[in-house]
Ligand binder design. Structure first.
Ligand code: HEC
Length: 136
């Protein structure tokens, strides 16, 4: 039993090591974007803990946490662009990110804001236009 748990733990560490090999924080996220020539750079419009032109990544992570299909939906949004979910501002289509959306989204959704950062993200989420308002 003891041995099994140890082996399982090691397996998990190895798996997460592989999954997060390239992106571990906002700096390595931005370096990845540069390295893959993704233009315009995401950081022009996004920060981790504050709304810029687009929502903070903390707010995105908190909003889509545990939502089924969110990763695929967000990957599609990155390549196709769009507006209306967080406000009237437009995310430009980003075809140059096409082969890397999974990696980018995985890191964004791995964020887990706590304390003040969580409170800020919750404010952004509370300010999202409501689905009902859009239908009118
Ligand atoms: C020109 C500015 C701009 C750039 C560049 C940009 N975004 Fe966005 N992004 C936005 C805006 C504005 C929104 C909000 C869209 C909406 O409300 O539907 C957004 C929304 C998002 C969302 C949430 C989508 C949703 O439907 O909830 C994710 C994830 C995201 N961006 C990731 C990225 C990544 C990764 C990149 C780089 C590949 C990027 N963005 C580049 C402006 C931008």
């Amino acid at each position: 039993m003891h041995f099994t748990l140890k082996a399982l733990g090691l397996g998990l560490v190895m798996m997460s090591g592989v999954a997060m090999a390239e992106i571990t924080d906002f700096d390595s996220f931005n370096a990845f974007v540069k390295e893959k020539n993704i233009m315009p750079e995401c950081s022009t419009c996004h920060a981790v803990d504050a709304k810029k032109i687009g929502p903070s990544y903390n707010a995105v992570a908190l909003h889509y946490k545990d939502k089924e299909g969110a990763a695929a939906e967000l990957a599609k949004k990155i390549t196709e662009g769009g507006s209306g979910v967080w406000g009237p501002a437009m995310m430009t289509p980003n075809a140059s990110a096409k082969d890397h959306t999974e990696t980018l989204v995985k890191w964004i959704l791995s964020l887990n804001p706590e304390g003040d950062a969580k409170a800020d993200a919750e404010k952004e989420i509370a300010a999202m236009p409501k689905a009902e308002a859009k239908a009118e």
